[in-house]
Design a protein around this ligand. Structure first.
Ligand code: ATP
Ligand code: MG
Length: 433
């Protein structure tokens, strides 16, 4: 038997409905905050992600799916959304509008990782990117939109952690101090941190291996090396979050896995104790140099990415059901050849009129067909036999109260329309539930 690749999973019927619903809620929240969808390729030229030698992130160094296409070109399956969106932003000159460009994306990402609950080789992210302003309040717009999504989904037990990495000047000053400090404490660091020390010493701070070591706990803090404008930026972010009543904690060890961040960085955790280790559901920050790194004009930007798989796992863990059980409006049972044939056109007409209806194509026994109606959780079971058909009648059973009635076939559509709940879809505001 051929099986799925390690680190991937099939989303089966039932589960897909949760994904579609999550996407619907995301799109609605994005529309409310004026973020527009962008769709970029799932693979990009390798250089989009493998930009320079100094990148010490595991994601870029160890986790990408790199391949040569049949023309010998180096390609990479996207491990994250930001680089591709920035590439598209530059290539399509979206910066020429001179204002703020707010984009969102969602879709699969690929990383060669060790599989565990909440960590896969193919997973999905939803992300926001806002270009064209250095305002700390745009950072807050991004964080607020994330909180709005979590509120719309009803997920509780959320913790927001924020930090600042300062602007380039502050970071350079801090980096120098860190290198001196960690060079003195090199013996206390893990092998990976030796590489980080040479490539990107800030990343030592979020090393999972060394996190409780004395060297890390006593390391110099970024807050002591921020210049005035970096301090002001961070103060403004905190003040605006306070005004919005969004609670957060400042975590000076938060530096994020990717190397392109500056100033604000943040993570959102789902804190339920027995959820498991992979509890960071959203992460983001400001990246003022990425657009120019990818060949565009200097453009400030800030963004975030949600792990959609982890978000759905957290909702499940919290017992939050975002979709109702599947329910057909009607299920048609037929008895006899003529009724069977008529049934096909009846079902087709009803479907055109917006009625969710199905029928049995195996012409099973009456009992078996009733079972099918049950299995599909039909509100009405419609029973059409050759006898009724000649009289132009059809039998109906309302499965909510088991009441039965016989009506004229011609009145069926009108009857169903008036007897089905007419709740509008709360996302598109159209149609029957
Ligand atoms: P982690 O520390 O868990 O490896 P990360 O820093 O690599 O996370 P980001 O690159 O910031 O993660 O991606 C944003 C979000 O995407 C994460 O917070 C997480 O929710 C989700 N995510 C990242 N990698 C995976 C994965 N392999 N499987 C499922 N979700 C993931
Ligand atoms: Mg990772």
């Amino acid at each position: 038997m051929i099986t799925k690749p390690k680190g991937t999973y099939d989303v089966l019927p039932g589960e897909t409905r949760r994904w579609v619903k999550l996407e619907e809620v995301i799109r609605k929240i994005c529309a409310l905050s004026n973020y527009e969808e962008i769709r970029t390729p799932i693979f990009e030229q390798a250089g989009t992600f493998h930009r320079d030698e100094s990148d010490a992130s595991d994601m870029v160094n160890k986790e990408t799916y790199d391949f040569l296409d049949r023309g010998g070109r180096e390609m990479t399956l996207r491990p994250e959304g930001t680089a591709g969106v920035v590439r598209a932003f530059v290539e399509n000159k979206l910066y020429t509008n001179n204002g703020i460009t707010k984009l969102y994306y969602l879709g699969p990402m690929f990383r060669y990782e060790r599989q565990q609950k909440g960590r896969y080789r193919q997973f999905s992210q939803f992300g926001l990117e806002a270009f064209g302003s250095d305002s700390p309040l745009l950072d807050v717009d991004i964080i607020t939109t994330a909180i709005n999504l979590l509120e719309a989904l009803g997920l509780k037990g959320i913790k927001v952690r924020i930090n600042t990495l300062g602007d380039k000047e502050s970071r350079d000053a801090y980096r120098k101090v860190l290198v001196d400090y960690f060079t003195k404490h090199k013996d206390e660091l893990c092998e990976d941190c030796h590489i980080r020390l040479a490539k990107n010493p800030l990343r030592i701070l979020d090393c999972k291996v060394d996190k409780d070591s004395k060297a890390l706990l006593e390391a110099p803090k970024i807050s002591d090396y921020l210049n005035e404008s970096s301090k002001k930026h961070f103060e403004m972010v905190k003040k605006a979050l306070d005004n919005l009543n969004i609670s957060y904690t400042v975590d000076e060890k938060l530096v994020r896995g990717l190397d392109y961040y500056s100033n604000t960085v943040f993570e959102i955790e789902y804190t339920s104790t027995d959820f498991g280790a992979q509890n960071v559901i959203c992460a983001g920050g400001r990246y003022n140099d990425l657009v120019s790194d990818l060949g565009g004009p200097k453009t400030s930007a800030v963004g975030l990415a949600f792990g959609m798989d982890r978000l759905l796992l957290a909702l499940e863990h919290e017992g939050i059901e975002i979709v109702k059980p599947k329910r057909l409006h009607a299920y048609l049972i037929t008895l006899g050849e003529n009724a069977f044939l008529k049934g096909v056109s009846l079902v087709s007409e009803l479907r055109k009129g917006g009625i969710m209806v199905d029928m049995d194509y195996n012409q099973k026994s009456l009992k078996a067909q009733f079972k099918e109606a049950d299995k599909n959780n039909a509100k009405f079971t419609l029973i059409l036999g050759d006898d009724e058909l000649t009289k132009g009648l059809i039998n109906l059973k309302n499965n909510d109260d088991d009441s039965k009635t016989t009506i004229e076939l011609e009145q069926l559509y009108g009857y169903l329309l008036t007897h089905l709940p007419s709740k509008k879809c709360n996302v598109c505001k159209e149609g029957k539930e």
